[in-house]
Write a protein that binds this ligand. Structure first.
Ligand code: NOJ
Ligand code: CA
Length: 658
């Protein structure tokens, strides 16, 4: 007995000793190994998976504005090791309980420390800037990602398109100019990798530029003065993360990014509730009504008291939690992007009875999702934010949709540079003070900060469904939503806003939603967000059986399983309702019709009633998008369903425990 205690103590001491035999951190299952060491004086890391080198020696460090370099002429002086095996519960999410099992180490060098955490499904590392460095200005991050093969290809979003609103490209590394993360690699070795970040706070976002056919380098978004980051109070960089998976689905099922964010800082989270919403929004994007009020044509204005109450009634009748209203407030007349300082966040147009609507919504148990388009003018927004949020809170309202349209914030800085990151985050913390949840449009792409601040509920940073209303290329491609879960989706919830049932678009007939209705339904399962919109005019849903699925589908999940997916072709996702037993399945395809065999082994024991919304035999996104067949059948975990998806079609299923 004594011997065992002594042995255990010895192991613990060796584990925390400052000079271990190797500079390697292995994952708990031993399959993934990250080594940090100086190579010819340059700080580097390499990665081995199942005995294959998957990342060759890759540089670590920074070049400072004065020309000094952190991470060169250096060596690892000491290592502090630790490990964790815990679990934590999400306030909302794709999975209720998340395991955090990893081994970690901090590698100390003379001027820079590297902290590494290795999980079974990937790893993250970040830089710690010792206080002794004082305030520093970073010009360039030297971090490289040198993969082992020249034959890997990548799915990536081009940095050149504003607000991340682009399709994913699929190319070799050397065909990339500058890419956003998440950056997803389909490996020539049969593995899938996603490079991203966790906890981007008080730092610039990291983009990727190619160095060769197999290597990428970090490229930080810069301030207008050319500096990348001023390191002052915050002494850590965001985590640089890589998921390593044998399957496409493993990328989506990984919780690496959330595990690398700090636990929730909001004590009482009872007011943070997932839900579904309708809104005065799609009719604006279809140019049927306007955001602005014109006294000469009051009928043209979208956000009227009468219409808003109609949407509130619809939400209440159909168990939706919220109603979004855009164009209710002063400031939309004329060129609002140029005159963004003209927005008021408390004063309404004359045909919008703000007080009456807030009270009406409250009386019906409906939350108003109050739109605050700032035009990326933070000065004007922060001058009003306390008054505005206090006003909304006084009616018991907990949701604001922010917008930051203008490619530069305050006419000067990028949304995803350190300035933008800090301003956008300040809004989230301010909102928490007033118990307000944020749906953030034109944001910095997320990085899991919603674990720490779960009032940051969802956001855009996606080529969402609004593009189907007015985009010159005719609307989103059928392929787009089969790629999005593997790029933007790996950064967190997406406010994509599907739900189109009426495919007409009189103001822009060359443009429309290019899916079937069944695919629209399935997207509620495939594309994750705790706040999901049903974008169409409520009139479009009246008497349509398919709407039952939107009404029934939850937005908060116990667990999530990606059953099958080929990026850019199709994806089948199953999710179990949080706090319930029902499962929901969504399968979607690109422009190709296809049959998919789906084993139902994810269902627990017993019999289930499957309510199936499928493309009708003659459905197609081009000629017959509205043809949905509804059927019911009894199934069990032993069954295999054969799903038949039309061109840009889908299948949506609810499984009810019998
Ligand atoms: C772009 C947002 O993404 C959209 O949802 C909003 O309606 C407009 N900006 C106006 O703020
Ligand atoms: Ca395809």
């Amino acid at each position: 007995m004594k011997k065992t205690i002594i042995a255990a103590l010895t192991i613990a001491i060796i584990a925390s000793c400052t000079q271990p035999a190797t500079n390697t951190v292995a994952s708990p299952d031993g399959s993934l190994k990250v080594t940090v060491d100086a190579v010819d004086g340059n700080l580097c890391y390499n990665v081995v998976k199942d005995n294959d080198t998957i990342i060759r020696n890759s540089r670590l460090g920074f070049e400072l504005m004065g020309g000094n370099v952190l991470g060169t002429h250096t060596e690892v002086l000491s290592i502090e090791r630790s490990s964790a095996n815990t679990e934590w519960e999400t306030v909302w999410g794709e999975q209720r309980v998340i395991k955090d099992k990893h081994n970690a180490a901090v590698f100390h060098t003379a001027w820079l420390d590297i902290e590494v955490k290795v999980f079974d499904d990937g790893f993250g590392f970040r830089y710690i800037f010792p206080e002794s460095l004082g305030i520093i200005s970073i010009r360039n991050e030297l971090t490289e990602f040198c993969f082992a093969s020249e034959d890997h290809t990548a799915w990536w979003l081009p940095e050149s398109v504003p607000y991340y609103e682009s399709y994913g490209n699929h190319t070799a590394f050397d065909e990339i100019d500058c890419a956003h993360t998440p950056f997803t690699i389909t490996g020539a070795d049969g593995r899938f990798y996603t490079i991203h970040e966790a906890a981007v706070l008080d730092f610039a976002k990291m983009n990727l530029i190619p160095e060769s056919k197999s290597a990428l380098k970090a490229d930080l978004v810069k301030w207008s003065d050319g500096t990348a980051v001023y390191v002052s109070d915050t002494r850590v960089s965001p985590w640089r993360t890589i998921i390593v998976s044998g399957t496409t689905g493993g990328l989506i099922e990984s919780r690496l990014m959330l595990n690398l964010n700090e636990p929730c800082k909001i004590e009482d989270t009872s007011w943070i509730k997932p839900g579904k919403y309708v809104g005065i929004w799609w009719i604006l994007h279809k140019f049927l009504y306007t955001w602005y009020y014109d006294a000469n044509n009051p009928e043209g204005h979208g956000a009227t008291t009468e219409r808003t109450k109609r949407y509130i009634d619809f939400a209440a009748d159909n168990n939706f939690s919220g109603v979004l209203v855009e164009g209710w407030n002063l400031g939309w007349n004329g060129d609002w992007m140029a005159n963004s300082g003209g927005f008021s966040f408390t004063k309404a147009y004359p045909d919008y009875d703000f007080d009456g609507i807030m009270k009406y919504a409250a009386s019906k148990g409906v939350q108003m999702i109050i739109h605050n388009e700032t035009g990326a003018n933070t000065e004007n927004y922060f001058a009003q934010i306390d008054d505005a949020y206090a006003l909304y809170q006084s009616y018991g309202m907990h949701y604001v949709k922010t917008g930051n349209v203008n490619v530069l914030m305050d006419g000067k800085e990028a949304h995803d540079g350190q300035y933008g990151v800090n301003k956008l985050h300040e809004i989230v913390e301010k909102a928490a003070q007033y118990q307000i949840c944020i749906d953030e449009h034109e944001p910095c792409i997320p990085s899991g900060v919603c674990r720490t601040w779960p009032n940051l509920m969802t956001g855009e940073a996606i080529r969402g469904q609004e593009h189907d209303a007015w985009e010159v290329d005719g609307g989103n491609t059928p392929e787009h939503t089969t790629v999005a879960p593997f790029l933007r989706g790996l950064a967190g919830p997406m406010d994509f806003t599907f739900g189109t049932f009426d495919f007409s678009n009189p103001a822009n007939p060359q443009c429309r939603t290019r899916t079937t209705i069944a695919k629209q339904l399935a997207e509620y399962v495939v594309i994750y967000s705790p706040l999901q919109m049903a974008n169409d005019d409520p009139a479009a849903y009246e008497g349509v059986k398919a709407f039952d699925f939107i009404r029934d589908v939850p937005t908060d999940w116990e667990q999530t399983k990606v059953l099958d997916a080929v990026i850019g072709d199709y994806i089948v996702t199953a999710r179990q309702e949080r706090g319930g037993s029902d499962w929901f399945l969504g399968a979607i395809t690109d422009e190709n019709a296809r049959s998919l065999r789906v084993p139902l082994s994810f269902l627990g024991k017993g019999k289930w009633l499957a309510q199936i919304y499928a493309d009708a035999a003659d459905a197609s996104y081009e000629d017959n998008p509205t043809a949905v067949d509804y059927s019911e059948r009894e199934v069990s975990a032993k069954d295999v369903l054969e799903l038949k998806l039309a061109t840009s079609g889908g299948t949506a299923i609810r499984f009810i425990k019998k």
